[in-house]
Design a protein around this ligand. Structure first.
Ligand code: UD1
Length: 432
C-alpha cells in the first residue's frame, strides 16, 4: 500500500486543472449498458474507481476502447463502451465490496434484460447506507425483488412500468438508478423529491442525447416518458466540483492562491459563500475559479451539510480542517451520513482542537499550529483532509492507506507538487 510523505509549511500558488467528475463518470459508464450501440465518454478522470467500473462492465459483455485525449491542456481519457449483447447479469460481491457505485448496473440491466443479480453493498466507513429506496422504487415499477445469500435478485416480466414515485430521502444513488431504469419503462415515471446534484443533471442530459425523454432536469421532480430503445452517443463528463472544492481549501489553508482551471463556480455556490464569509477572496470566471488567501486572516464559520445545492457532505472533512486555521470557533454539522467524523481522531493526533458531539456535530477551534504525524483515514474525502493538515503541519506527515485517495483524486501528488507542495508518494517496494 502506497503512502504519501508531506512536509508542511509551503504556500501553494499556481494553477490546478480540475478533472472530470468521478460521481458523474460512474453512473454514465453504467448508462452505456442501456443501449446496444457505442457510447463515447470524453473528459474521463483516470481513477481507480473508473478502472473498477470498467472491469465490472467487461464481465457483463461490454467491450471498452480507451484513448488518450487533451481537453483544455489537461490529459485525460476517452472511452468507447459497446455492449451489443449482454453476456453477464451479475454484479459480484468482490466488485460491490470495493466500490458501492457498482450498484448503478441494477437499473440499466433490469430495464434492458429483465433480470439482474447484485451483491448487496452493506454498510461502509461513513454510515449504514441502505438501498431500500432503489429496491422499493423498482418494485413499484413492477419488478420482483428477492434477497438471497447477500444478493438482490431482481426480475421483471416484459418492461418495467412507469409510475409516480415519492422518495423519502433525496438520494443521489436512487435517483440515478431509477432514472436509468425509467428511460426504457412503459409509460411515464415521475420521481418526486429527486436529488438535484449536478452529476444527476449530467446523467439526464446524456440519457436524453441517447433518445430518452426526461424533463425537469435540475429540479426535484423528474419526469421520464419511457421509450422502447436508446441509441449511442458521445458525451463530455462535467468537471469535478468536489475535487475543485478540495483544492480551493488547499489554497485557503496554506494562505496561497490557486487558479482552478475548468472548475464550474455555479456548482460550488454554497462552499464559495463560506470561503468568502471566512475572509478568502474568490473570483468566479466562466471556466475557472481563483481562490486567493494570501495575507488573509480567516474567521471561523458554521457549516451544515445538506442535499444539493446545500453544503456538500463530500467537502465537510476538508472545510472542518480549514476551520482549524481560522480565528474563533466553528460548528460543523453533518446531516447526510451518520458516521462522518472519522478524520477527527487523526487530526487530534496532529494537535487539532475539536470536540465531537454525538455523531452529528463538531466544534472546531482555531489552533496556532498542527504537528506532522503518521495518520490514516477510512474514506476518500477524510484522506484528503489529512493531506490538507499535512500541508500546514510542522514537520513530516505520512498519510497511510492512500488507495482511498487514488479512488477519487486524479494525479493528486503531481497536482499539488505543481503548485509548490512538498509531497511525494512512497511506493510499497521502496519502504523496506
Ligand atoms: C452519493 C455520492 C457520495 C456523496 C453522497 C451524498 C456517488 C458515487 N457517491 O452517494 O460521494 O457523499 O451521494 O451527496 O455519487 N439512503 C437510504 N436509502 C437509500 C439510499 C440512501 O437511507 O436507498 C440514505 C443514505 O444512507 C444516506 C443518504 O440517504 O444517509 C444519502 O445517500 P445517497 O444520496 O444515496 O448517497 P450515495 O448515492 O450513496
Amino acid at each position: 500500500m502506497d503512502k504519501l510523505k508531506i512536509r508542511g509549511g509551503k504556500r501553494l500558488e499556481g494553477k490546478i486543472f480540475i478533472s472530470g467528475a468521478k460521481n458523474a463518470a460512474l453512473p454514465l459508464i453504467c448508462a452505456s449498458l442501456l443501449t446496444d450501440e457505442p457510447v463515447i465518454l470524453t473528459n474521463m478522470p483516470m481513477l481507480s474507481d473508473v478502472s473498477s467500473m470498467n472491469k465490472l462492465l467487461l464481465q457483463l459483455g461490454t467491450t471498452i476502447e480507451a484513448r488518450d485525449e487533451i481537453i483544455n491542456n489537461n490529459a485525460c481519457k476517452n472511452y468507447t463502451y459497446s455492449t451489443p449483447k449482454l453476456t453477464g447479469l451479475i454484479a459480484p460481491y468482490d466488485y460491490v465490496r470495493k466500490m458501492r457505485a457498482s450498484y448503478y448496473v441494477l437499473g440499466p440491466l433490469l430495464a434492458r434484460e429483465g433480470h439482474v443479480e447484485l451483491s448487496l453493498p452493506g454498510g461502509c466507513a461513513i454510515g449504514a447506507r441502505p438501498m431500500d429506496i432503489h429496491l422499493s422504487s423498482l418494485e413499484q415499477m413492477g419488478a420482483k425483488i428477492e434477497i438471497k445469500n447477500g444478493y438482490v435478485h431482481a426480475d421483471v416480466n416484459g418492461r418495467l412500468k412507469g409510475t409516480h414515485l415519492v422518495f423519502n430521502i433525496a438520494s443521489v444513488g436512487a435517483t440515478c438508478n431509477i432514472l436509468m431504469a425509467a428511460t426504457l419503462a412503459e409509460g411515464e415515471t415521475i420521481i418526486e423529491n429527486a436529488a438535484r446534484e449536478p452529476e444527476i443533471g449530467d446523467l439526464a442530459n446524456m440519457l436524453n442525447s441517447m433518445g430518452a425523454k426526461i424533463s425537469g432536469i435540475g429540479t426535484s421532480v423528474l419526469k421520464v416518458q419511457g421509450v422502447e430503445k436508446l441509441h449511442g452517443t458521445t458525451h463530455k463528463v462535467i468537471t469535478d466540483r468536489i475535487e475543485a472544492g478540495s483544492y480551493a481549501v488547499a489554497a485557503a489553508i496554506t494562505r496561497g492562491r490557486i487558479e482552478l482551471i475548468n472548475a464550474q463556480a455555479s456548482t460550488l455556490q454554497t462552499p464559495i459563500k463560506i470561503l468568502r464569509k471566512m475572509g478568502v477572496h474568490v473570483e468566479e470566471y466562466e471556466n475557472s475559479i481563483v481562490v486567493d488567501a494570501v495575507d488573509c486572516t480567516l474567521t471561523g464559520q458554521d457549516i451544515m451539510t445538506d442535499y444539493y445545492p446545500g453544503f456538500p457532505t463530500d467537502l465537510q472533512a476538508q472545510f472542518l480542517t480549514l476551520m482549524l486555521t481560522a480565528n474563533g470557533a466553528s460548528m460543523v454539522t453533518e446531516t447526510i451520513f451518520e458516521n462522518r467524523f472519522m478524520h477527527v481522531p487523526e487530526l487530534l493526533r496532529m494537535g487539532a482542537n475539536i470536540n465531537v458531539h454525538g455523531h452529528a456535530s463538531a466544534i472546531v477551534r482555531g489552533v496556532d499550529k498542527l504537528y506532522g504525524a503518521p495518520v490514516m483515514a477510512t474514506d476518500l474525502r477524510a484522506s484528503f483532509a489529512l493531506v490538507l493538515a499535512g500541508l500546514i503541519a510542522e514537520g513530516e506527515t505520512i498519510v497511510n492507506r492512500i488507495y482511498h485517495l487514488d479512488r477519487g483524486y486524479e494525479k493528486l501528488e503531481q497536482k499539488l507538487q505543481a503548485v509548490g507542495a512538498d509531497i511525494e508518494r512512497i511506493k510499497e517496494t521502496e519502504e523496506e
